[in-house]
Design a protein around this ligand. Structure first.
Ligand SMILES: *Cc1c(COP(=O)(O)O)cnc(C)c1O
Length: 387
C-alpha cells in the first residue's frame, strides 16, 4: 500500500507533474523573497495590491484588540461575530443583493451552496473549465445529471438544455475563468437560463474588485442584474484578505444559512479577517485608480507580447482581466521557460494538468495594481529574450 504512493510520486516526478511549493518571506507584493531569492513576482492573485495595504492592516490590529483571535464555535452556535455581521451587510449593500452570507473560504462556500441549492434529481450544466471546487460541490449534490458543456460554448449549452427533461435546472459557471482569464458570456447564459427556466450559480473569485463600477465584479461589468443568478465570490484574491461569501435573495441566502453544511458545521472565521475585509471593500469601492492602472498594465503586456511580432512558441490569450495566460503546450517546455524566467529574477508560475487540460500547459501571469509599468516592461523583455 505505501509502495503505491511512493511509485505514484515517482511517476509524477518523471512526467514533470510534481508540484513544489515555494516559501515566501514577508508580505505579498511585486518584490518578494522566495526560497531565499528576491524575485519580481507575477504569481499572486492580490490583483489590487491590497494584501499588504495599511488600511487593512490597521483594521486588523484594531479588530485583534477588540475581538481577540478565535471565533470559538460555529456561526449558528456562538461564533457569529458582529464583525462578520457588519461585513455581510456591507457586501450586500455594495453589490446590490438582499442578503449576503459569509463563508470561511471559497472552496467551502461552493462545497456548501451547490449541494444545498441543487434539488434531488435536478440537471446541472457546468462549463468544462469550471474551478475544482465548483466541480466538487456538484459531486456532493443530489443532481440527477451533470452536463458538462464545452468552455463558453453557448450552442452546446443550448443543445444540452434542450435535451434535458429535468424539472429543475442549474447552470454553474466561473465569472472569470481562473486559468484562462476570460469572462463568462453571462448575457447569453442568462438569456438561455430565462428561456429554459434555469437558475445560475456564478463564482466571481477573479472578477470581484477587478471588474465593473466600484469593483462590483463580472455582472456589473456586463450591466446584468437578475434574481436568477446566485452570486458567489471570494475575499482572498483582489480583496487581499481571506474568506468568501454568497449573495442573493433573502430566500436563497436564508435557506443556505439553514442547509449549507460547510457553513453550519465549521468554526466561524476569526473576526479579524472580517474586519480587514470590511476595510478592503472601502478601498475597492473608492480607489478606481487601482483598476485603471491594472487595465493599463494589461494593455501594455498584451501589446508587448503580441502585436506585430509574436514570440515563437508562446501564444498569449486575449484578456481583459488581471489574468494573462501564455499557452505553451507541453509540460517540459513550460517548466523550462518558467525556470529561465526565474534565472532572470522573474516569477511566473507554470500551470500544468490537472489544473488545465492535457497539452495546454501555460504560463499564468497575474498582474496587480501594485506592479509598475517598468516591472511589466521587465517581464516583456525577459519573455522576448527567451524566444
Ligand atoms: C480561488 C478560487 C476559489 C477558492 O477560493 P478560496 O477562498 O481560495 O478557497 C473558488 N473559485 C474560484 C474560481 C477560485 O479561483
Amino acid at each position: 500500500m505505501m509502495k503505491r504512493f511512493h511509485e505514484a510520486l515517482s511517476s509524477l516526478r518523471l512526467k514533470g507533474l510534481l508540484r513544489q511549493r515555494r516559501t515566501v518571506e514577508g508580505p505579498q507584493g511585486p518584490l518578494m523573497v522566495v526560497d531565499g531569492v528576491p524575485l519580481l513576482s507575477f504569481a499572486s492573485n492580490d490583483y489590487l495590491g491590497l494584501a499588504n495595504h495599511s488600511a487593512l492592516i490597521q483594521a486588523a490590529h484594531k479588530a485583534l484588540d477588540q475581538y481577540g483571535v478565535g471565533a470559538g464555535a460555529s456561526a449558528l452556535i456562538s461564533g457569529h461575530s458582529s464583525a462578520v455581521d457588519e461585513l455581510e451587510v456591507a457586501l450586500a449593500e455594495w453589490l446590490g443583493y438582499e442578503r449576503a452570507l459569509h463563508f470561511s473560504t471559497g472552496y467551502m462556500a461552493n462545497m456548501g451552496i451547490i449541494p444545498a441549492l441543487v434539488g434531488e434529481g435536478a440537471a446541472v450544466f457546468s462549463d468544462a473549465l469550471n474551478h475544482a471546487c465548483l466541480i466538487d460541490g456538484i459531486r456532493l449534490s443530489a443532481a440527477g445529471s451533470v452536463n458538462v458543456y464545452r468552455h463558453v460554448d453557448m450552442a452546446h449549452l443550448e443543445q444540452l438544455l434542450q435535451e434535458s427533461h429535468a424539472a429543475e435546472k442549474w447552470i454553474i459557471t466561473d465569472g472569470v475563468f481562473s486559468m484562462d482569464g476570460d469572462i463568462a458570456p453571462m448575457v447569453d447564459l442568462l438569456s438561455l437560463a430565462e428561456r429554459f427556466d434555469a437558475q445560475i450559480i456564478m463564482d466571481d473569485a477573479h472578477g470581484l474588485g477587478v471588474l465593473g463600477l466600484e469593483g462590483r465584479g463580472t455582472l456589473a461589468h456586463l450591466g446584468l442584474v437578475s434574481p436568477r443568478i446566485v452570486y458567489m465570490a471570494t475575499l482572498g484574491k483582489a480583496a487581499g484578505v481571506f474568506g468568501a461569501f454568497v449573495a442573493g435573495t433573502q430566500d436563497i441566502v436564508n435557506w443556505l444559512e439553514q442547509r449549507a453544511r460547510t457553513y453550519m458545521f465549521t468554526t466561524g472565521s476569526p473576526p479579524v479577517l472580517a474586519a480587514a475585509a470590511w476595510a478592503s471593500i472601502e478601498c475597492i469601492r473608492r480607489d478606481e485608480f487601482r483598476r485603471e492602472h491594472l487595465r493599463a498594465l494589461g494593455q501594455q503586456l498584451q501589446l508587448g507580447l503580441g502585436g506585430q511580432t509574436p514570440i515563437r512558441g508562446l501564444t498569449p490569450l486575449y484578456s481583459q482581466t488581471a489574468i494573462h495566460p501564455i499557452l505553451v503546450g507541453d509540460n517540459a517546455s513550460v517548466m523550462r521557460i518558467s525556470a529561465a524566467l526565474q534565472a532572470r529574477g522573474i516569477w511566473v508560475p507554470a500551470i500544468r494538468p490537472p489544473t488545465v487540460p492535457e497539452g495546454q500547459a501555460r504560463l499564468r501571469i497575474s498582474l496587480s495594481a501594485a506592479h509598475s509599468t517598468d516591472q511589466v516592461e521587465q517581464l516583456i523583455t525577459a519573455l522576448r529574450a527567451l524566444a
